[in-house]
Design a protein around this ligand. Sequence first.
Ligand code: DQA
Length: 143
Amino acid sequence: MKILIINGPNLNLLGQREPEIYGNQSFENYLEKLKLRFNKYHIDYYQTNHEGYIIDRLQASEGQYDGVILNPAAYTHTSIAIADCIKAIDIPVIEVHISDIKKREPFRHHSYISPVAEKTFMGHGLKSYDIAIEFLGQYVSKP
Ligand code: DQA
């Protein structure tokens, strides 16, 4: 199984950014361990601070990957364009958040992505990505 993880804006600052919410580990550091834990899968990683680049990468992932794990970060709460893209492509997209957006500021409660994502996992810290990969493994192997 080939998986692409896409992280949106400011997630390149994990480890230094609001550690009380996002923890003190960089994503690169976590990714190394994630790849070891799921060494039966091929995992690629892409991070960008730009909305359009997320869309370009999602479109390009069709036919190249079995699934995408997407943390759209702040675009979760604003991006109709990313939601439209997910609807337009034929590949399962799993939405992930490190924090529980439902328990934070009211402006984070709404996600444009959840209605179009195959599934959403949030609030488990970086473990949310582990859970999403496990889900994808089962989802993809179903006939
Ligand atoms: C986030 C939650 C978003 O509200 C926020 O803008 C982020 C990260 C999370 O992973 O918890 O940048 O997506």
